[in-house]
Design a protein around this ligand. Structure first.
Ligand SMILES: NC(=O)c1ccc[n+]([C@@H]2O[C@H](COP(=O)([O-])OP(=O)(O)OC[C@H]3O[C@@H](n4cnc5c(N)ncnc54)[C@H](O)[C@@H]3O)[C@@H](O)[C@H]2O)c1
Length: 459
């Protein structure tokens, strides 16, 4: 099968490389010339474990190629994925300009039937809008081709993206279809938007064929309406974010009552109905998805006049959690302190800096007259472009901690987890360790002679 993936970012690039790994012919397309130049050389512009090996293998086998020109690959494509970014607008709704640009370009140049798949996270109704936009352009061009729009939201986690793509928990596909005994049929005889003609392409069958190497090993492929698929993505992220905010909500309570949030999370998580994942208290969620998707879902709810107060609270608690941790640090530091920072990326195993706590905290520390020495194993190059001047970047974790009055852990990279706390005490000037991810056992930190400031644990 011939596939084009438009947008070679964290989602598009991983999808492109994995589809090639599964034996499909894939062209990755991006408007960023520097990115495409790197990719043609077999170098990954992002850090994602295992990705570069797949890119190299794909290029070598000829199954994977890259271009900046969407028109170039269009003539042969069966399925086109749009995996462009959908960042927040000023009112927190999703900015869909890139999605519509891709749809427009496709409709302006397509000369045969193909399936257009929205992989980006987009609000409900976006697939319909894309379909209408393309139908209008095709009509103007007097082109009798069919471009059904399918929703296939992405659930990968950065840092585990290759595994998540090749072995996903589930694949969700929303195809325009009619209800038939409670089941969405989609495909050939589907009911389509008023502007489009009846599709000759069987989008459902093509999607089934595309994902067969994955469904063959037992992974579920769920078909549903396009609208349901669009909502599944936001609902999943909002639910996970809510679980995080729920446990974080209890941390201040624990600090005030001398309880320990870890014991509470364990006591709750062993209940099968609750489960232990996403019950790890910390400075809250960041990254390219949870913050923007939670807010975009709220924007959609507002548009529909709906009360999503649980999700509103999730967002509010998350902001407060970050703020509370920063306040603790600022209150403890003496004037003109030197602060070591461990971790800059929004989470481990990625170089993604979007909505990373470091982007908020480090400028505040500088503004308050403190010196900052930071270390991250993979995100320092990206961080340097986003952080203000005046921050020094260390060569190693211990280099960042050397002579520091306080150390703040912001990202739970494995190499920080395994740090020798006695060595840390020996090289630091001060004794304050702020553990933003509740990585260390408070008693161990205290035994090493350091003062532990965790989250949801009394001092
Ligand atoms: N990053 C994640 O972990 C993740 C997970 C699930 C879903 N998503 C969703 O997937 C989508 C993409 O996210 P991402 O993190 O990969 O974004 P990204 O910013 O890393 O990548 C987007 C890419 O699209 C390119 N692009 C923009 N306009 C283009 C155009 N007109 N033609 C060709 N290329 C264009 C950009 O240059 C960039 O390389 C978003 O909707 C996001 O919410 C992201």
């Amino acid at each position: 099968m011939r596939i084009a993936v438009i947008g070679t970012g964290y989602v598009g690039l991983v999808s492109a490389a994995c589809f090639a790994e599964l034996g499909h012919h894939v062209t990755g397309v991006d408007i960023d010339e520097a990115k495409i130049a790197m990719l043609k050389e077999g170098k990954s512009p992002i850090y994602e474990p295992g990705l570069e090996e797949l890119i190299t293998r794909g290029l070598k086998s000829g199954l994977l190629q890259f271009t900046t020109d969407l028109k170039e690959c269009l003539p042969e494509v069966h399925i086109l994925f749009s995996a462009v970014a959908t960042p927040p607008n000023a009112d927190h709704s999703a900015d869909l300009r890139a999605v519509f640009t891709v749809a427009r370009t496709v409709a302006e140049h397509a000369d045969h039937d193909l399936v257009f798949v929205n992989k980006s996270t987009v609000p409900v109704g976006t697939g319909k809008k894309c379909e209408e936009l393309m139908a209008e352009i095709l009509k103007k061009r007097d082109m009798n081709v069919s471009i059904p729009v399918v929703s296939n939201p992405e659930f990968l986690r950065e840092g585990m993206a290759v595994g998540d793509t090749l072995m996903p928990d589930r694949i969700v596909v929303g195809v325009n279809g009619k209800m038939d005994s409670g089941q969405w049929t989609g495909g050939k005889d589907a009911v389509h938007s008023p502007l489009s003609t009846v599709h000759s392409l069987d989008a459902r069958a093509l999607m089934e064929e595309l994902y067969r190497p994955i469904t063959r090993v037992g992974k579920p492929l769920l078909f549903m309406s396009r609208e349901s698929a669009e909502i599944v993505k936001y609902a999943s992220n909002a639910f996970l974010a809510t679980k995080i905010s729920f446990i974080n909500m209890l941390t201040e309570f624990c600090e005030k009552t001398r309880a320990n949030i870890r014991d509470i999370a364990r006591g709750m998580g062993l209940d099968d109905r609750i489960g232990p994942r996403f019950l790890h208290a910390g400075i809250g969620y960041g990254g390219s998805c949870f913050p923007k998707d939670v807010k975009a879902l709220l924007a959609t709810a507002k548009e529909h006049g709906l009360d999503f107060s649980i999700v509103e609270a999730t967002d509010r608690i998350n902001a407060r959690q970050r703020h509370r941790f920063f306040e603790k640090i600022l209150k403890t530091l003496k004037p003109n302190s030197t602060v070591g920072i461990w971790g800059l990326a929004f989470k481990p195993k990625t170089d993604d800096m979007r909505e990373a706590p470091s982007l908020d905290l480090l400028p505040v520390l500088l503004k308050n007259g403190h010196c900052v020495k930071a270390y991250d194993p993979f995100a320092m190059e990206n961080a340097k472009k986003l952080l203000p001047a005046g921050i020094s970047f260390a060569q190693s974790p211990m280099d960042a901690a050397k002579d520091a009055d306080a150390l703040v852990l912001l990202t739970e990279w494995d190499l920080f987890r395994g740090a020798d706390l006695r060595e840390l005490k020996a090289i630091m000037k001060g004794i304050d360790l702020f553990d933003g991810r509740n990585v260390y056992e408070p008693s161990e930190v205290r035994e090493a002679g350091l003062r532990y400031h965790g989250i949801g644990v009394a001092l």
